[in-house]
Ligand binder design. Structure first.
Ligand code: 5AD
Ligand code: SF4
Length: 443
């Protein structure tokens, strides 16, 4: 009988992509996916290390999983437990030391070896080499059918912001070849995809080489989007996550001239204080960030922005925090993520002594979230009674209900007796409930 597998994904879209790839790999090797961990022969926990809370979840989940495994063993059945992702990379040995039921600990650049490992008897092993190229070359084509798909084009980070574990967990920057990405996107489109999101920890620093008319030509993110947008059937292109110091003029031009590139930019700033940005090693000031935003607004007026913020970074004064609120007022974000600073082992910031006390950080987080939510609500409300293009991606919870997304990623619910999945429709927005729209089809 087929062996079954279960995957739980924590954290960011890079992990979602990796989980999809593990699913493709295991399905290709004859395993079948189950959505109930208790029924699985192989349980994979694909983990996140970005903040303490995220990485601690692994250990509580492992506690429960080892009980399932013991119960299965008592019935004479086997179960493999595999920990993948960024906690696997960062904590390696520690995971097996804390929970003996873990069979394999596999870093983000090694998961392609899982099918081979499962055929072997030896367990309690750790694999954390940086094998980006080998990994991508080993991935089979995909049978997952989704209107919107993620495509990792770049991994790792050379920026070394002082608070961040990514340069250590995902390693140095690596860009995939254009041909490989093109083939992957073609495969998705054959399976019914019409929207792709190009992923990278530093997607805007993507760089590769192609040969054109026997000459080498460098391809950056805008060049890649230009090439991919010519694939028939591909309607929308997005990308995540960019760094302010990599936003080039040709990326702005691509937004201006290429209708497939969605007018939405996630551009983390982290803080609005140039003093804190310097301490964070962010390589840009408040003024530089604001000037990039105003250049984009001037060239692409319909562009909307989102960002990431950290409050309570060591040394952040009230005045620094006010600078962040001021930046938010000046940019006017469509949506954003904000976090309380979490010291991560091995990062330069974690050795700092001037921590901000928790009470102050909590107050700052509350204040920043109130402002960001207010801006998001104003942005969303401005769409009421307007017509907007919506890509329908799936069915809603109610009968004949469909769900789609606007170019700005806002969810929209509509009702239809016709199957609309994969279509881009003009929808009149009628109402807004929390963060989701309801509308009717115009065309
Ligand atoms: N503490 C809090 N937030 C963090 N992020 C990254 N590292 C930390 C940390 N140590 C946030 C940043 C980043 C997002 C993915 O997570 O805002 O952009
Ligand atoms: Fe982390 Fe900074 Fe790299 Fe983003 S740019 S992944 S925050 S080190």
């Amino acid at each position: 009988m087929n062996q079954s597998f279960f995957i739980k994904t924590y954290g960011c879209q890079m992990n979602d992509y990796d989980s999809n790839k593990m699913e493709d790999l295991l399905t290709f090797n004859g395993f079948s996916k189950v959505s109930n961990v208790e029924k699985s022969d192989v349980a994979i926990l694909n983990t996140c290390h970005i903040r303490k809370k995220a990485s601690e979840k692994l250990y509580s989940d492992l506690g429960r999983l080892s009980v399932f495994k013991e119960n299965k063993n008592k019935l004479g059945k086997k179960m493999h437990i595999i920990v993948t992702g960024c906690v696997a990379q960062a904590e390696g040995n520690e995971i097996i030391r804390r929970n003996k039921s873990v069979d394999y600990v596999i870093g983000p650049q090694n998961f392609h070896i899982i099918p081979k490992l499962l055929k072997k008897k030896k367990t309690n092993q750790i694999f954390t080499e940086f094998l980006c190229e080998e990994k991508f070359k080993s991935l089979p084509s995909s049978n997952i059918k989704n209107v919107s798909r993620l495509v990792t084009i770049q991994e790792g980070c050379d920026k070394f912001c002082t608070f961040c574990v990514v340069p250590y967990t995902r390693g140095a920057e690596y860009s995939r070849q254009v041909e490989d990405i093109y083939a992957e996107v073609l495969n998705y489109i054959k399976n019914g995809t019409s929207e792709i999101t190009l992923l990278g920890q530093n997607v805007s620093s993507y760089k590769s080489i192609i040969i054109e008319k026997s000459k080498k030509k460098e391809v950056n993110l805008s060049g890649l989007m230009n090439i991919l947008s010519k694939i028939p059937g591909l309607k929308r292109i997005r990308y995540l996550t960019s760094h302010p110091s990599d936003i080039s003029d040709d990326l702005i031009s691509e937004h201006k001239n290429n209708k497939s590139v969605m007018p939405f930019l996630h551009l983390p700033v982290q803080s609005g204080s140039s003093k804190i940005l310097k301490l964070m090693n962010r390589k840009h000031t408040k003024e530089e960030y604001l000037s990039i935003i105003s250049k984009i607004k001037k060239n692409v007026p319909k562009m909307a922005f989102s960002s990431d913020f950290i409050v309570g970074y060591p040394g952040e004064s009230n005045n620094d925090f006010e600078e962040t609120l001021d930046l938010i007022e000046k940019v006017d974000f469509a949506s954003s993520y904000s976090f309380k600073y979490s010291p991560r082992p091995g990062t330069p910031a974690s050795t700092k002594k001037n921590y901000i006390n928790d009470q102050i950080s909590n107050l700052r987080l509350k204040k920043i979230q109130e402002l960001l939510n207010k801006q998001q609500k104003t942005f969303n409300t401005s769409f009421i009674d307007k017509n907007i293009d919506v890509l329908i991606s799936g069915r809603g919870k109610k009968e004949n209900q469909y769900v789609g997304r606007t170019p700005y990623l806002q969810p929209v619910h509509i009702v239809s007796s016709r199957n609309l999945i994969g279509k881009i429709l003009k929808i009149k927005i009628e109402s807004l409930t929390s963060f989701s729209f309801h509308g009717k089809i115009i065309a």
